[in-house]
Design a protein around this ligand. Sequence first.
Ligand code: NAD
Length: 477
Amino acid sequence: MKTILIGGTWVGAADGCRIDVTDPCTGAVFTQISRGGAEDVDLAVKAARSALDGAWGSLTATERGRILQRLGQLILENGEELARIEARDTGKPMTAARMDAKAVARYFEFYGGAADKVHGQTIPYLDGYNVSVVRIPHGVTAHIIPWNYPAQMMGRTLAPALAMGNAAVLKPSEDACQSAIRLGELAMEAGLPPGALNIVTGYGAEAGAALTSHPGINFATFTGSPEVGALVQRATADNHVHCALELGGKSPQIVFDDADLDKAVPIIVKAIVLNAGQTCSAGSRLLVQQGIYDRFVGRVAESFAAVKVGTPEMDLDCGPIINERQYRRVKAFVDEALATGVPLIAKGELAPELPPGGFFAPPMLFGPVPRDHSLASREVFGPVLSVMPFANEEDAVGLANATEYGLVAGVWTENGSRQMRVSHRIQSGQVFINCYGAGGGVELPFGGVKKSGHGREKGMVALDEMSTIKTIVQHYK
Ligand code: NAD
């Protein structure tokens, strides 16, 4: 099994080790990946450096953009295959996997098109001086991504980095990296010069740690848990390397008594059920104004009870949890809620005739959740929605901001002034008003505050994140 891409060639781990990959729908091993380690990472970083000094580094922005757009086109042409690979690896429904494949293509199209539209500045300075500020790549960039949207995450982090001319080393998640491998093949087919993109599959504590602590990298971007994010920040600090962190969330959906409830219900349910709640920006807290609490929560409960969980081929509302460890984590939150008397309002349904051994978890709606309960503030990363009542606008803002996270928020009200007041007071990187955009939105800057991380991805701002500036001062008199 050769799943490590170094300098344009697929190789196995230097020590020959492999990792079994399990199917979340059955718990059975269905393939293996190479277990990359420090030696493989070192070769990948060196290959990236050679690419910068060679063919990749000498391309113009337009040429880089063309390759990325070609890759976007190839992803679209191979979309169905990619969707099947992603669905097999993560267990998500085929419809969702197809949408993910389209989103990856969109990242390469968007940033391919933007590659030659990043312009510098001139600065008026002293008489006889010409000052220009140009954007330059960081150099070798390290990218560590999680398992929940493996293909999308790969596009999100790599497309802007490559557009800016960096040479990348990607460490995908050991739990789901089949799509990264296929995307690596397509990148070669699109004409990406050897070494511009290197992929090292393996465990986080081995390949991941070796990459983030490697003295040859110039920038690191990490998407994953806050705990590992802190490790990455420490590792990169030792080499004085800048890093961007996209971490977890406990995003609130705030529903005021004048909200359009018909519109809100399906979007709120989808925002937690999507990907079985394994979405960093999942709307996992539902804050409802007291006057409409019973009426609105009753409607959410009805919709929640109709949610169905199944295999990719059944193509229902969501699939299984990624693996046994994560399944046990979700179950522990649910068991604790039940044991401490938090009312279970509604429960989704597991499809009949599910294969044995899978990690299927029914979506759960709990409430009212006490404000000091773990379900009120901790990220479950599963299909569990916590409902809490609030009294007024002041109370809603206080409650919304009462977690360590700050990634995304939803505000539901027809009052325009309140929409703006609340949006400005919420501590989060994105706010959606009368809509909610978990996932998607290549054009929209995304990232967190507080323990949700720092740095921004998506949108044109990702090109700034994936580059730095150089000031050139010329004296001409
Ligand atoms: P994780 O932190 O366990 O792993 C993420 C990645 O880091 C994996 O590739 C893993 O191999 C690697 N890793 C693990 N230990 C490492 C180490 N010591 N050094 C370097 N790399 C290491 O997270 P996960 O369980 O894969 O994903 C779930 C978490 O990710 C959740 O908290 C979720 O909210 C978050 N997440 C955030 C976003 C976002 O954009 N903000 C997106 C998806 C997931």
